[in-house]
Design a protein around this ligand. Structure first.
Ligand SMILES: [Fe+2]
Length: 126
């Protein structure tokens, strides 16, 4: 496996390795979205263009699934997603409000698990 590690592999936790797998997968899905979109823009055959855009949407679905896995499985991602995703207004103001809340002693938001826990728990807890 040609993985790109930035620290000695034997010093990485199972959690870090699992998170790496998710992050690399997300990067690949987003790259595929970009590639399909560019090819669709350049495609002069209407039927093929439709297929490429369909495939692009499939890659968006795959990316969303990995994002949801990150939200459910990693507290840092979960807390941050709870602050920013589906917020409204100026995003820099959302950050300022979150910083103000933290400075005022408000507890960090806990990730909201609206769907039951992942079957068997997070991979590194098994
Ligand atoms: Fe995909």
């Amino acid at each position: 496996m040609a993985e790109e590690w930035h620290a000695p592999y034997e010093r990485l936790t199972r959690q870090t390795i699992t998170l790496h797998q998710a992050l690399r997968s997300l990067m690949e899905e987003l790259e595929a979205v970009d590639w399909y979109r560019q090819r669709a823009d350049d495609c002069e055959d209407a039927a093929l263009k439709d297929v490429l855009l369909h495939n692009m949407r499939e890659e968006i679905e795959h990316a969303a699934m990995v994002l949801e896995w990150l939200r459910r499985s990693d507290t840092d991602f979960g807390r941050t997603f709870d602050i920013y995703l589906y917020s409204s207004g100026d995003l820099t103001r959302v950050e300022e409000q979150a910083d103000d809340d933290t400075a005022a002693g408000a507890p960090l938001p806990l990730p909201s698990f609206t769907i039951g826990p992942m079957k068997g728990g997070a991979p590194w807890t098994r």
